[in-house]
Ligand binder design. Structure first.
Ligand SMILES: [Zn+2]
Length: 130
């Protein structure tokens, strides 16, 4: 391992990541990385003692949970697009049968098949969009 990835591993370890065996071996053998490791650990220890963590009001977490719960999107009416599709399909088929002699010879099974395929196509497009 080279110095650059070893030093990245040193910084990641300070952030809580596990140091790989390769990085640990490099730090043992490389004086520059050992010094970098020592300096980074000392700076981290200084920062930990110098920065005061703010104390949260005990009511903060319950209020935050309540605010998250209140802002959650309403999951009702997800069936509306399905109802709209079925209503549109029924209206379209009725209009086609009423206005065109071509559809009078079409079997109802073919009409249902086209409707089902259209519905599946709509679901596929909706899932891709989400
Ligand atoms: Zn090195």
């Amino acid at each position: 391992m080279d110095c650059h990835p070893a030093q990245e591993a040193i910084l990641a370890a300070i952030d809580g990541d596990r140091r790989s065996d390769d990085a640990a071996a490099h730090v043992r053998e490389c004086a520059a990385c050992r010094e970098f490791d020592t300096i980074q650990r000392a700076q981290d220890a200084t920062l930990v003692t110098a920065i005061l963590r703010p104390r949260l009001n005990p009511a903060f977490r319950p209020r935050l949970r309540e605010a998250i719960r209140a802002s959650a999107p309403v999951r009702g009416r997800t069936w509306l697009p399905d109802i709209a599709y079925v209503a549109g399909a029924v209206a379209g088929v009725a209009l086609a049968f009423a206005s065109s002699p071509y559809f009078r010879d079409t079997t109802p099974g073919a009409v249902v098949l086209v409707g089902v395929l259209g519905y599946v196509f709509q679901i596929a497009l909706t899932d891709r969009r989400d």
